[in-house]
Write a protein that binds this ligand. Structure first.
Ligand code: MLC
Ligand code: AMP
Length: 451
């Protein structure tokens, strides 16, 4: 398990794991101690590498579990680096089978607890090769890498393309619009979440000339608004390639490299990947019908770590994985994502599961019940907002609720605002009507956007 700041050394640890048959488990560096502890207890890693700033908070859990831990900082220094430097021989590579486990990536779930998606060597290799081909990567490319490397986007999608093609990467420690602008003239490919493009477009010094050396911009992890797509084309003369992926599957579909890149769509299935739209009984639907998007292929994971029951429930007969995304395929074959059946907020490309936050707020003193919803936000696409009812006689302060969540959960998950109300709207079954709440609070961030 690795929870370190982005560095070339962290990438080397990942590659060393692949080469030697170890299972790589990257963990988001924004996670608080409890979130990390949960993953560590679930994964039970043989060994842990962590940023020195985390050693104290991790020590209790690592010593309870008997997990050895070594430090590595953002500059690639620390006990782990020292030990590696002392090695005199390089072990020969392990002969891994296609089905052998290569990585476990934790993805939060609608139950409020993260589960580890088990990804095999075949999953990673097949998807990397299909993408390298689809996006025409060659050894001449220079990928400007600004994504975090604890998720599939930055770690597998971006790195697999560059490494399989023998391309170079400019390795930014994190996304910063200034750094990206400074390096575009030396790069040929950039991959981002929609927020990166929104922020680039806010800069008047981002022009057609800044992008003149680039051959490809891709976007994914969250919906790219048509306005962003159009503004980008108007500014640069280039069309962003929007694609669609998941932790459990890597990339499923992409707009074409050659051919029309259509705004508001995520293009066609990659080579070797099958998708279908199905109804609630898993019966395939005809073109243009809206239903659940299911996927099958060498990219699809084998199940969740130590959760056989969840793994079976998420697959339909014939090995089709139910993504939880609601989509339609038009008669031209383009896939349109139209919604999600899972209660999920995607904020700046990070997944936020309302359930996880609701469970936490419900435990706070004086709280009767909380409902967490996603509302539109100009920068992050959407952000979490909490609607909370007090216990009889209790007085609640919205800012305190937000602050208490931030103590326990990564900042990006914390609601950006909380509202205290007397009651939550419910349907006849007693279920909270989140659609009504989303409508009521949809303008929560309009003023900020206008400023
Ligand atoms: C940071 N903050 C966020 C946030 N990121 N809030 C909501 N949503 C986010 N995504 C908060 C911080 O906690 C902080 O709060 C404030 O915003 C500013 O923090 P920051 O550190 O300055 O933010 P910044 O570095 O600018 O980060 C924003 C970002 C980053 C967009 C650059 O979130 C990012 O790189 N996102 C990419 C995520 C990604 O790689 N997703 C791929 C998942 S894989 P405060 O209050 O403390 O100031 C996947 C599959 C697929 O989905 O298809 O690809
Ligand atoms: P994750 O669990 O972090 O891997 O997130 C996967 C989810 O991100 C998918 O199930 C989709 O809901 C969403 N997603 C990924 N790419 C796109 C995209 N291009 N447009 C809309 N949603 C996307």
């Amino acid at each position: 398990m690795v929870q370190t700041e982005k560095s070339p050394e962290t990438l080397a640890i990942y590659l060393a794991c692949l080469r030697n048959g170890f299972v790589f488990v990257p963990v988001n560096t924004a996670y608080r101690a409890e979130e990390t502890a949960y993953i560590m207890e679930d994964a039970k890693p043989a060994f842990c590498v962590a940023d020195p700033a985390r050693l104290t908070s991790l020590s209790e859990i690592t010593s309870n579990l008997g997990v050895p831990v070594m430090s590595l900082d953002s500059a690639g220094q620390g006990a782990f680096a020292d030990a590696a430097a002392g090695l005199t021989t390089v072990p020969s590579p392990e002969r891994c089978q296609d089905e052998d486990l290569a990585a476990i990536l934790y993805t939060s779930g609608t139950t409020g607890r993260p589960k580890g998606a088990m990804l095999s060597h075949r999953n990673l290799a097949s998807n990397g090769m299909a993408l390298t081909e689809a996006w025409r990567f060659t050894g001449e490319d220079v990928l400007l890498h600004a994504l975090p490397i604890f998720h599939v986007h930055g770690l597998f999608i971006a790195c697999s393309c560059a490494l399989l093609a023998g391309a170079r990467m400019i390795w930014l420690p994190k996304f910063s619009v200034g750094d990206v602008l400074a390096h575009l003239s030396r790069s040929t490919v950039f991959m981002g979440v929609p927020t990166y493009y929104v922020r680039l477009l806010e800069r008047t010094d981002f022009t057609a000339a800044s992008a003149a050396h680039m051959r490809l911009f891709t976007s994914g992890s969250a919906p790219l608004l048509s306005e962003t797509f159009d503004a980008f084309t108007a500014r640069t003369g280039m069309a962003i390639v929007e694609r669609y992926g998941m932790t459990e599957t890597g990339i499923n579909t992409s707009n074409p490299y050659d051919g029309e890149r259509r705004a508001g769509t995520v293009g066609f299935p990659l080579a070797g990947v099958e998708i279908r739209i199905a109804d609630d009984e898993d019966t395939p639907l005809p073109p243009d019908a809206v239903g659940g998007l299911q996927v099958r292929g060498p990219n699809v994971f084998s199940g969740y770590w130590r959760r056989p029951e969840r793994s079976t429930a998420e697959f339909a007969k014939g090995g089709w994985f139910k993504t939880g995304d609601v989509a339609r395929v038009d008669t031209g074959g383009y896939v349109h994502l139209v919604g999600r059946s899972k209660d999920l907020i995607i904020s700046g490309g990070y997944n936020v599961y309302p359930k996880e936050i609701e469970i936490l707020i419900n435990k706070l003193r004086g709280v009767e019940e909380a409902a967490v919803i996603g509302v539109p936000h100009a920068d992050f696409g959407e952000v979490a907002v909490a609607i909370v009812t007090p216990q009889p006689g209790a007085k609640l302060d919205p800012d305190t609720i937000v602050a208490e969540v931030r103590e326990k959960l990564a900042n990006y998950k914390a609601p950006k605002k909380a509202y205290i109300v007397n009651s939550l709207p419910r349907n006849v079954m007693g279920k909270v009507q989140k659609n009504l709440l989303r409508e009521t609070y949809k303008n929560s961030f309009q003023e900020e956007a206008a400023r």
